[in-house]
Design a protein around this ligand. Structure first.
Ligand code: SF4
Length: 58
């Protein structure tokens, strides 16, 4: 099981960071990066709400 963000899809809307601040952060180019693999439940919720489906939890 790993949380991943597809950097080619992320549009930097910030939704996942707002929902799971301990899991995602926006990087220097304004895209979401995974900073912790600890909260897969929150990441799954973020994945379902990401407007461009850039988050995968697998
Ligand atoms: S919700 Fe999706 S598009 Fe928005 S910042 Fe997170 S990964 Fe990027």
């Amino acid at each position: 099981m790993a949380i991943k963000v597809d950097q080619t899809k992320c549009i930097g809307c910030g939704m996942c960071v707002g929902l799971c601040p301990d899991t995602f952060k926006l990087n220097s180019v304004g895209r979401s990066e995974v900073i912790s693999q600890d909260n897969k439940d929150c990441a799954s919720q973020a994945a379902q709400n990401c407007p461009v489906l850039a988050i995968s939890v697998e």
